[in-house]
Design a protein around this ligand. Sequence first.
Ligand code: GRF
Length: 201
Amino acid sequence: MVGRAVGDEVRLGVLVSGTGTILEALLAAGLPVRVVLADRPCRGLEVAAGAGVPAELVARSSFGPGFDRDGYTALVVGALRRHQVDLVAMAGFGTVLGPELIRAFPGRVLNTHPALLPNFKGWHAVRDALAAGAEVTGTTVHIATEEVDEGPVLAQEEVKVLPGDTEETLHERIKAVERRLYPETIRRFIEALRAERRGED
Ligand code: GRF
């Protein structure tokens, strides 16, 4: 069982790999981000440091075929436990973690994906939507399960593909929506968790 914070406190851990603009939105929304973990050096770590939030680089030993996914996942889970996290938000995390993450935090790992799942799963969702000629794509917030980009959908919002869109322009419009939808959805999720705890006590 994960060490749980007392009372009403819900401790959020955020996983990042990139520019960290979604993380910035979570922080700006006042969500209880208690630790930020990154799998590689990235701006997300600087965002955390700038906000005074503990940040750790849990560096991957390899990006090649020899990558020990389960060993790496154990390191991430260990860091989350050390910080007594009880809710995990992936915010542009570029490593697919092994099943131990979900087993350690069942129903407590959230993800934001830049497409309308189940369409365009995977790391290149925006590029794939453009390549498929989609006229509408969007974003999905969901509870993560052991399968990549699967799991109960908490919120979805459409974004139109515009003539002349590139992967960058389209992704930026999607991210603008994610920066609103993800914090809102996490806030609702936390309120539900608190209500559930009060019911338990
Ligand atoms: C977001 O579109 C997220 O859905 C995807 O990676 C992007 C992260 O953006 N998985 P940023 O690094 O927070 O700017």
